[in-house]
Design a protein around this ligand. Structure first.
Ligand SMILES: [Fe+2]
Length: 162
């Protein structure tokens, strides 16, 4: 069957799918890093942080699903296996020596901040090429994740406001 999705030119679709693929690798890695933290943290605030991190993981998983499906809509095969994400993710690895809830929260906050900043960069990049649909999709997902970042990092006693 002829591909009928012709709202964008081929070069724009290829540009957007490449940018989205970078986010897909990073998002898959981020999802498992949040789960790693969710499974291994321990301390007085365990239950509330454990539950919050599951909400964050679920939000990131939904974003990953949206990103992969957008790549497919653009006519490109999304690459989303664990092995591919491990090879290509530009997220820093989760450290193995995290031994306090505050440190878990710091690491997850840094990873969430990196992912949202990557989303913001890609939003600008695809919008500039005229792919406002990908830009809008990422804006709504980045807004949700950015709010969760605030909820997570607000647990830190060092959190301050200007
Ligand atoms: Fe769980």
């Amino acid at each position: 069957m002829t591909h009928t999705y012709e709202a964008l030119k081929d070069d724009v679709k290829l540009h957007s799918s490449g940018e989205l693929q970078t986010l897909l690798y990073c998002g898959l890695d981020l999802y498992l890093q949040i789960k790693e933290s969710h499974w291994t943290l321990a301390g007085r605030e365990f239950l509330s942080v454990h539950r919050l991190l599951d909400d964050v993981a679920s939000c990131v998983s939904d974003a990953v699903d949206d990103i992969a499906e957008r790549i497919a809509q653009l006519g490109v095969r999304p690459r989303g296996t664990l092995q591919m994400a491990a090879e290509h993710s530009n997220l820093l690895p989760y450290p193995h020596d995290v031994d306090s809830i505050d440190r878990h929260i710091e690491v997850i906050s840094e990873r969430l901040a990196f992912f949202t900043s990557e989303c913001v960069r890609v939003i600008g990049s695809v919008d500039e090429q005229g792919d406002v649909i990908s830009a809008d999709l990422l804006t709504s997902r980045a807004r949700e994740i950015d709010k969760l970042l605030w909820l997570v990092e607000s647990h830190l006693p060092t959190k301050t406001y200007k």
